[in-house]
Design a protein. Structure first.
Length: 116
Protein backbone atom coordinates (compact mmCIF):
# COMPACT_ATOMS: atom_id res chain seq x y z
CA UNK A 1 0.00 0.00 0.00
CA UNK A 2 1.41 3.36 -1.03
CA UNK A 3 1.84 5.94 1.70
CA UNK A 4 3.06 9.52 1.44
CA UNK A 5 4.25 11.21 4.62
CA UNK A 6 4.84 14.98 4.59
CA UNK A 7 6.83 17.02 7.06
CA UNK A 8 8.18 20.52 7.47
CA UNK A 9 5.07 22.64 7.75
CA UNK A 10 5.23 25.42 10.32
CA UNK A 11 4.42 29.03 11.07
CA UNK A 12 6.94 31.50 9.68
CA UNK A 13 7.17 35.25 9.28
CA UNK A 14 6.86 36.92 5.86
CA UNK A 15 10.16 36.72 4.01
CA UNK A 16 11.12 33.53 5.78
CA UNK A 17 11.89 30.08 4.43
CA UNK A 18 10.66 26.53 4.92
CA UNK A 19 11.54 23.18 3.44
CA UNK A 20 8.82 20.60 2.99
CA UNK A 21 9.61 16.91 2.58
CA UNK A 22 7.46 14.03 1.39
CA UNK A 23 8.60 10.43 1.68
CA UNK A 24 6.77 7.81 -0.36
CA UNK A 25 6.69 4.14 0.55
CA UNK A 26 4.95 1.01 -0.65
CA UNK A 27 6.01 1.19 -4.30
CA UNK A 28 8.58 -1.13 -5.83
CA UNK A 29 9.57 1.48 -8.42
CA UNK A 30 10.11 5.21 -8.53
CA UNK A 31 7.10 7.37 -9.21
CA UNK A 32 7.03 9.08 -12.60
CA UNK A 33 5.80 12.38 -11.16
CA UNK A 34 5.84 13.82 -7.68
CA UNK A 35 4.92 17.25 -6.45
CA UNK A 36 2.90 19.55 -4.30
CA UNK A 37 -0.55 21.07 -4.32
CA UNK A 38 -1.87 23.54 -1.79
CA UNK A 39 -5.28 24.59 -0.57
CA UNK A 40 -5.92 27.87 1.19
CA UNK A 41 -9.07 28.45 3.25
CA UNK A 42 -12.05 28.98 0.97
CA UNK A 43 -10.07 28.28 -2.18
CA UNK A 44 -9.63 25.38 -4.56
CA UNK A 45 -6.63 23.11 -4.41
CA UNK A 46 -3.95 24.34 -6.81
CA UNK A 47 -0.77 22.87 -8.21
CA UNK A 48 2.34 24.44 -6.71
CA UNK A 49 5.15 22.46 -8.32
CA UNK A 50 5.85 19.11 -9.91
CA UNK A 51 8.89 17.10 -10.97
CA UNK A 52 9.35 13.97 -13.05
CA UNK A 53 11.94 11.22 -12.85
CA UNK A 54 13.83 13.06 -15.57
CA UNK A 55 13.88 16.19 -13.39
CA UNK A 56 11.51 18.12 -15.60
CA UNK A 57 9.87 20.71 -13.37
CA UNK A 58 6.75 22.83 -13.48
CA UNK A 59 5.78 25.70 -11.19
CA UNK A 60 2.75 27.83 -10.55
CA UNK A 61 3.37 31.40 -11.70
CA UNK A 62 2.82 32.66 -8.17
CA UNK A 63 5.83 30.73 -6.81
CA UNK A 64 8.31 30.93 -9.69
CA UNK A 65 11.64 32.28 -8.51
CA UNK A 66 10.80 31.65 -4.85
CA UNK A 67 10.13 27.91 -4.59
CA UNK A 68 12.34 25.06 -5.77
CA UNK A 69 11.24 21.45 -6.11
CA UNK A 70 13.69 18.55 -6.05
CA UNK A 71 13.60 14.81 -5.56
CA UNK A 72 15.73 11.90 -4.46
CA UNK A 73 14.68 8.93 -6.57
CA UNK A 74 16.64 6.46 -4.46
CA UNK A 75 14.62 7.53 -1.42
CA UNK A 76 11.34 8.15 -3.29
CA UNK A 77 11.30 11.55 -1.60
CA UNK A 78 10.34 14.96 -2.94
CA UNK A 79 11.25 18.30 -1.41
CA UNK A 80 9.92 21.82 -1.72
CA UNK A 81 12.25 24.64 -0.71
CA UNK A 82 10.15 27.74 -0.13
CA UNK A 83 11.91 31.11 0.15
CA UNK A 84 10.63 34.68 0.43
CA UNK A 85 7.36 33.40 1.82
CA UNK A 86 4.32 35.64 1.64
CA UNK A 87 1.06 35.63 3.63
CA UNK A 88 -0.72 34.40 0.50
CA UNK A 89 1.39 31.22 0.63
CA UNK A 90 -0.55 30.23 3.74
CA UNK A 91 -2.26 26.92 3.00
CA UNK A 92 -2.28 23.22 3.64
CA UNK A 93 0.31 21.68 1.33
CA UNK A 94 -0.38 18.22 -0.07
CA UNK A 95 2.21 15.95 -1.57
CA UNK A 96 1.26 13.70 -4.47
CA UNK A 97 2.92 10.94 -6.43
CA UNK A 98 1.88 8.93 -9.45
CA UNK A 99 3.17 6.39 -11.90
CA UNK A 100 2.94 7.15 -15.61
CA UNK A 101 -0.67 7.09 -16.78
CA UNK A 102 -2.20 6.46 -13.36
CA UNK A 103 -4.01 8.55 -10.80
CA UNK A 104 -2.40 10.39 -7.91
CA UNK A 105 -1.60 9.09 -4.47
CA UNK A 106 -1.94 11.80 -1.81
CA UNK A 107 -0.37 12.67 1.49
CA UNK A 108 -2.32 13.86 4.51
CA UNK A 109 -1.19 17.48 4.19
CA UNK A 110 1.10 19.77 6.16
CA UNK A 111 0.11 23.26 7.22
CA UNK A 112 2.14 26.32 6.32
CA UNK A 113 1.23 29.63 7.93
CA UNK A 114 2.97 32.84 6.94
CA UNK A 115 2.16 35.59 9.39
CA UNK A 116 3.83 38.30 11.40
Amino acid sequence: QVQLVESGGAMVQPGGSLRLSCAASGSARSFYAMGWYRQAPGKQRELVASITTGNSTNYADSVKGRFTISRDNAKNTVYLQMNSLKPEDTAVYYCYARHFGTSNYWGQGTRVTVSS
